[in-house]
Design a protein around this ligand. Structure first.
Ligand SMILES: NC(=O)c1ccc[n+]([C@@H]2O[C@H](COP(=O)([O-])OP(=O)(O)OC[C@H]3O[C@@H](n4cnc5c(N)ncnc54)[C@H](O)[C@@H]3O)[C@@H](O)[C@H]2O)c1
Ligand SMILES: O=C(O)CC[C@@H](O)C(=O)O
Length: 391
């Protein structure tokens, strides 16, 4: 039995992916894997029993990847699972930024009497808005969310300009050819009436939008941050609002200062919070974990290489090790000592981490334990695991 520990609200459709004859959920203090959402794993200890962590969602800045690597813990996310949910919220927030929906509704609620309809007709002049059509929106990050926001805002009649120097081939293909790309961030900032950010929080993206970048915006521009706290420098954005350099800041990430400011609209990190996105993310995360636990194959990992090898033999040995020369030679020399015949083998690496899977015929528990002890003696080997077919 393998135990899966969950954190946060995980949709039951996700946990239902783990059959009860092979898995338990939240039953031991030595789980084989964690299924999480925004849980801050920098502050939550995970032991060496944890083979993998799956994040139902996209941002993985809540997981210590360096610690995961040295522990031999594979970290997965669920790319695109909530991109439509974020896109729809961005469309809503753009409209809320341009039409006085909240204030007009609050005003109307206070009306009384048989002539409320007449009163609304008289009062509506106070609630004129502007239109999105014809305005320019700059989109920073053209991945799963950004590329969808580009299509949706183009459909609303906006001029769209994108910026993503690291765009993947897959996302570039998805993006329509008529979405122009800015040559650099400055060009995007200078041309846009609205700027929306859809990038991960990394050391390099910390304070990407600070005083210098805000100064480059058009006067009265509107900024949206549905990516992460820390990508926009909070003091700089408050200064830009106070000086009316920018007109509004809409965000999913807040502090008291940001929430209380009269020119902000703050949502409580609900970009990916729809029934559909939560189910998508939980199912995708559970399936990815199951695949790894049952076959060793790796898809959608953020710290390990993608590795897929058909599991046709009876027994599979997986090794996580440092990415240094001659590891495969050293590993197979030890296997030869035990007279183990290799049916199939794969070795892949990503930065400092490498992963090797070796398929053989059945090996007895006793022999495997001896073999494992010898393999783990290699100082660059981090973890050795056995997977028996259909177990
Ligand atoms: N508010 C929410 O609930 C919510 C939901 C989903 C995602 N997010 C956040 O949004 C981010 C983006 O999500 P996604 O699904 O589009 O991810 P994604 O990985 O598909 O796309 C991110 C894109 O950003 C680009 N990028 C990285 N750094 C950049 C930079 N400095 N300038 C321009 N482009 C840059 C990458 O090349 C990539 O194409 C996530 O990392 C997460 O932090 C928030
Ligand atoms: O788990 C959530 O609700 C938020 C998810 C979102 O921020 C993400 O990065 O995918």
């Amino acid at each position: 039995m393998l135990d899966i520990k969950t954190y946060n609200m995980i949709a039951p459709e996700g946990t239902a992916e783990f059959p009860a004859d092979k898995y338990t959920i939240n039953e031991t203090d030595k789980p084989a894997a964690l299924l999480i959402r925004s849980q801050d794993m920098h502050k939550t200890r995970f032991g060496t029993s944890v083979l993998a962590i799956a994040r139902a969602g996209v941002g993985v800045n809540n997981i210590p990847l360096v610690e995961a690597n040295s522990n031999g813990t594979v970290v997965f996310n669920t790319p695109g699972s909530n991109a439509n949910a974020v896109k729809e919220l961005i469309v809503a927030m753009l409209i809320l930024a341009t039409r006085p929906v909240f204030s007009s509704v609050q005003w109307a609620k206070k009306l009384n009497g048989a002539d409320v309809s007449l009163q609304t007709e008289k009062g509506k002049n106070h609630f004129a808005g502007t239109e999105l059509q014809g305005k320019t929106i700059g989109i920073i990050g053209l991945g799963s969310v950004g590329s969808r926001v580009a299509r949706a805002t183009a459909d609303l009649g906006m001029h769209v300009i994108g910026y993503d120097p690291y765009i993947s081939v897959e996302h570039a293909w998805r993006l329509s050819n008529d979405i122009p790309r800015a040559k650099d961030l400055s060009e995007l900032l200078q041309k846009s009436d609205y700027v929306t950010i859809h990038i991960p929080y990394t050391e390099g993206n910390k304070d990407l939008i600070s005083s210098k970048e805000l100064a480059e915006l058009k006067d009265g521009a509107i900024l949206l941050n549905y990516s992460r706290w820390g990508i926009v420098n909070e003091n700089a954005v408050i200064d830009a609002l106070d000086s009316h350099k920018i007109a509004q800041y809409l965000t999913d990430f807040s502090s008291e200062k940001v929430i209380k400011h009269e020119s902000t609209i703050v949502t409580p990190h609900i970009g990916g919070t729809t029934l559909e996105a939560e189910i998508n993310g939980a199912i995708m995360a559970a399936q990815t974990l199951k695949k790894y636990l049952e076959t060793g194959n790796i898809v959608n990992s953020v710290n390990f290489p993608a590795v897929e090898m058909p599991f046709d033999s009876n027994f599979r040995i997986t090794l996580i090790h440092q990415n240094v020369p001659n590891m495969v030679g050293r590993i197979t020399t030890i296997l030869a000592k035990y007279d183990i015949n290799i049916d199939n083998m794969i070795n892949r690496s990503r930065e400092q981490i490498a992963y090797t899977m070796i398929d053989t015929d059945n090996i007895s528990e006793k022999t495997f334990n001896k073999l494992k002890n010898e393999l783990i003696e290699i100082s660059e080997v981090i973890r050795v695991r056995e997977i028996r077919k259909n177990k």
